[in-house]
Design a protein around this ligand. Sequence first.
Ligand SMILES: *Cc1c(COP(=O)(O)O)cnc(C)c1O
Length: 452
Amino acid sequence: MNTKILLDENEIPKKWYNIQADLKTPLDPPMHPQTKKPVGPVDLEPIFPKELIRQEMCQDRYIDIPEEVRDIYTLWRPSPLFRAHRLEKILKTPAKIYYKYEGVSPPGSHKPNTAIAQAYYNMKEGIERIATETGAGQWGSSLAFATQLFGMECKVYMVRGSYDQKPYRKMMMQTWGATCVPSPSPDTNSGRAILAKDPDTPGSLGIAISEAVEDAATHDNTNYSLGSVLNHVCLHQTIIGQEAQKQLDMVDETADIVIASAGGGSNLAGLCFPFVKDKIDGKNPDVEIIGVEPAACPSMTRGMYAYDFGDVAGLTPLLKMFTLGHDFIPPSIHAGGLRYHGMAPLVSRLHADQLIDSTSVYQNEVFDAAVMFARAEGIIPAPESAHAIRVAIDKALECKKTGEAKTIIFNNSGHGHFDLSSYEGYFAGSLVDYEYPAELIAESLKKLPAIS
Ligand SMILES: *Cc1c(COP(=O)(O)O)cnc(C)c1O
């Protein structure tokens, strides 16, 4: 039984795949938050290194991965592709279920794939300190790990709700030498303004982004770094899908269904963009690609495709994306990494062009799937990753009805070892199945910035 499909270290891809080269419709440009005119590279230089700005706008199909970055990737890459034989058996499905496992990285998720690259380019350009936000703590700990390897400082603004729920993520960041504060914090103007209005707010990613951007813009030696959403972040994650395709080739499989959870969209982009390329190229035209969102924060499934700010304070450029509105504060669900109001512009474009589908699921059914998966396959998944597992199981059950032996692959984006308190809540029956009310979404969407 071929359960674990491994590549050699020298098979780590040498290039990232840039899907901008293959888009049917080019991306709409980011707009300046005040002038509402397209943002040029120079506008971004106060907070990003030049090479990442170049990658953000680059139209080349492939971009070389620096040797130093590949060297660090070898700490955990190539990541394994597993066939979930035991899960298939329990489901009595004719479908074949594969999953790429990104939980083998030191911080335990896919996020260091881009954290390492971003820290590297910042270091190369003489930056000494990076400010960032984190939701559930996976991004903050990934960037702490990455900056530490390059001898840089790191300040993390962590969404208060998660900061209180997940003390161990904070300690991980500290272990890797970073400073982590709950957001909103008294350390920035945007944080102080929100605290004055609502001292007990659980915070949101949008608020934490405002704080980190402000920090970077007001310190000379400091840049800002984002763990998802932006084009260069999606780019760096494509290493996942490229490896997965080689691994599927090794066992003579072609994917019929590709599934990943979607918060800001980067792990979805990472697994699926190489498959979207096959769909565009006609190599695998019928492959179904699905982003899975929480019903509490369904940007693609129920949001609007429009220009919006990336943060609450309106400091970031306006991005054309599926959004629930930048002042949307999603309820404190247990998949903190999926609580973002918008969706990566690249993923949004492909969703609008009907190359990527989306669906949304509730917390309790997600944890049903997580526990079933853990009992069958051993790995305890992050609640974020379990969104993909839920839909993979549902698709496998559909195959059982139709008798089709489809090949399903999903991204098991991280382990859930720091999320066990949410498992505790699930076992205690205290998880609430929250669906964001349509009126509140409409209310928030009314406040979208006007673009002429
Ligand atoms: C952050 C995170 C996600 C969601 O973020 P994306 O930007 O959508 O990738 C999913 N899974 C895990 C384990 C995460 O840490």
